[in-house]
Structures are given as structure tokens and as C-alpha cells.
Design a protein around this ligand. Structure first.
Ligand SMILES: C[S@@+](CC[C@H](N)C(=O)[O-])C[C@H]1O[C@@H](n2cnc3c(N)ncnc32)[C@H](O)[C@@H]1O
Length: 258
């Protein structure tokens, strides 16, 4: 079995990466074509619970699933019931949930249509399937500054991350790609949009916290230790200087289970 790339990242994801992922999850859940209150909604690739929190705010009855036990363990007692499982083989009967949410998880797959197909299997007819991925055209100079500074300081992007960026993420990184994968899985009522999101990240310190919350940095940050990691973060903030508000471009999908 492959090692879990998110195994060391519960805290950093929840306290760093979620600065960006939470507001996007809120927009995704708000895009549901029908109210989610009282409905059983699957949050697949739930991570530390960004979309589950948005679903709770809409009074949905949420079930969370993720391949990473470490991500699900974050504040587990305050979160919806969960199970470790692969989106490609969900331990759920056909039509057992009302709706499904897949926030930034299908972009980990080299055959995302199989992920959509499995979500279609477990979702009741008429249910909505909501998904997000970053656009292939999402760019940020400030974010690039953090990465290049980290490389100069000894960070090497891990192999799994390079593979993800090259072989999987681009497939859903456009409206056309997202819509084509959902359509190939037999979903209907497909609406794919591409737009920048105001995530409220306006300060270099927030952007650095977000970026270093990504699991691609986890091993390196642990290797260099807390004190050097703190010094690196301060250096990165200074290198960014001023920045425009961070507005990642996101592909939003809403589709129905026929
Ligand atoms: C980018 S994070 C997104 C987490 C959360 N949805 C959010 O928006 O903050 C991707 C999550 O998907 C999980 N994941 C990756 N591949 C998966 C798969 N095949 N099945 C289930 N979960 C998977 C990872 O463990 C990780 O927690």
C-alpha cells in the first residue's frame, strides 16, 4: 500500500491550509441547487473538515470519508462520523446518501471519472454532486516566491507531489475537463464554473501559513525543526513584502445523479 502523503499534516492543514480551503468549501456548499438541511451528505476526501463545517452550517447530516486516518483524526470528536476509505471504493451501498461533496479530492486521481462514477453510485437519484479543483490558470507570484525560497533553503518537492501536479491535477483544472469527467461518469445537469475566490488572505503571513500547511512541505519542515521553520516563515514573509489579495482560481462543479 502507498504511504499516506497527508499522514503528518492534520494540524498544519487545519491551522494553515484551511485559511484558503474553508472559504472555498463554503462557496461550494452554498452552490447546491437544493437546500441541504436535514439531508445525508457525504464529504469525501474530507481532510480536517473544511467542507464538513460548511455542511454543518447548512444543517446537513454529514458523513466524512478520507484515505488519510491522520486527517480524519483532527478534532474527530467534534466532527461528523467518519471512515477511512478510498473515493474509488466507498464502503457504502448504492443510493445510500442524498448528496455528495468532493472538495479538492478528485484532482488526486488520474481517472477522475471513476471517482465521479463511484460518487454517482452511492448518491440517490436526484442528489447533487459538488466538486472543486484549482484551475490550471491559477497563478500567484507571492506563492511562487515562497516555493522558490523554500527550494533555495533545501526543500525538494516530494515525488508524490510532482506526480500529482503532472499526471492528475491538470485533468480537472479547466471547466471543460471537469464537465467532461462528470459527463463520462453518467451525471446530468452539469454546471462547471471557473472563477477566482476572495478567500480573505491579504497578508504575507497568512499566505505563508497557508502554503506551508500543504503536506508537500511536512517532511522538510520536520527535518529542519521548529526554530528554523519559524525563521524560514519570517524570511518568506519579508521576501513577499506587499501582495495583492490572494485569489485562487477555482473550478466549481455541480451535477446531478440521474
Ligand atoms: C487537498 S485535501 C482537501 C481536504 C478537504 N476536502 C479540504 O477542502 O480542506 C485532499 C484530501 O483528500 C484525501 N484523498 C486523497 N486521495 C483520496 C482518495 N483516493 N480517496 C479518499 N480521500 C482521498 C487526502 O487524504 C486529503 O485529506
Amino acid at each position: 500500500m502507498r504511504a499516506d502523503p497527508y499522514a503528518r499534516s492534520g494540524r498544519r492543514w487545519a491551522e494553515g491550509a484551511e485559511l484558503v480551503y474553508r472559504p472555498i468549501a463554503a462557496e461550494l456548499v452554498a452552490a447546491s441547487p437544493h437546500p441541504l438541511a436535514g439531508r445525508i451528505v457525504l464529504d469525501v476526501g474530507a481532510g480536517t473538515g473544511a467542507a464538513s463545517a460548511a455542511l454543518s452550517a447548512h444543517h446537513a447530516r454529514t458523513l466524512a470519508v478520507d484515505l488519510s486516518a491522520a486527517m480524519l483524526a483532527w478534532h474527530a470528536s467534534a466532527r461528523p462520523p467518519c471512515a477511512v476509505a478510498d473515493v474509488l471504493a466507498l464502503p457504502l451501498a448504492a443510493g445510500s446518501v442524498d448528496d455528495s461533496v468532493a472538495a479538492f479530492v478528485l484532482n488526486h486521481l488520474t481517472d477522475p471519472e471513476s471517482g465521479f462514477f463511484e460518487l454517482g453510485r452511492v448518491t440517490r437519484p436526484g442528489g447533487v454532486i459538488l466538486a472543486t479543483a484549482f484551475s490550471n490558470d491559477s497563478r500567484s507570484q507571492a506563492r511562487d516566491t515562497i516555493d522558490s525560497l523554500a527550494k533555495s533553503a533545501g526543500w525538494q518537492p516530494p515525488g508524490w507531489y510532482v506526480e500529482l501536479k503532472v499526471a492528475a491535477a491538470p485533468i480537472l483544472g479547466s471547466r471543460e475537463g471537469m464537465a467532461a469527467a462528470a459527463s463520462a461518469a453518467g451525471l446530468s445537469g452539469i454546471c462547471a464554473q471557473e472563477r477566482p475566490v476572495d478567500v480573505g488572505v491579504t497578508e504575507p503571513a497568512q499566505l505563508v501559513r497557508y502554503r506551508l500547511g500543504h503536506p508537500a512541505f511536512a517532511e522538510w519542515l520536520e527535518e529542519i525543526g521548529a526554530s528554523r521553520a519559524g525563521a524560514f516563515a519570517a524570511e518568506a514573509e519579508q521576501a513577499i513584502g506587499g501582495m495583492p489579495p490572494y485569489r485562487p482560481v477555482v473550478i466549481f462543479l455541480s451535477a446531478l445523479r440521474p
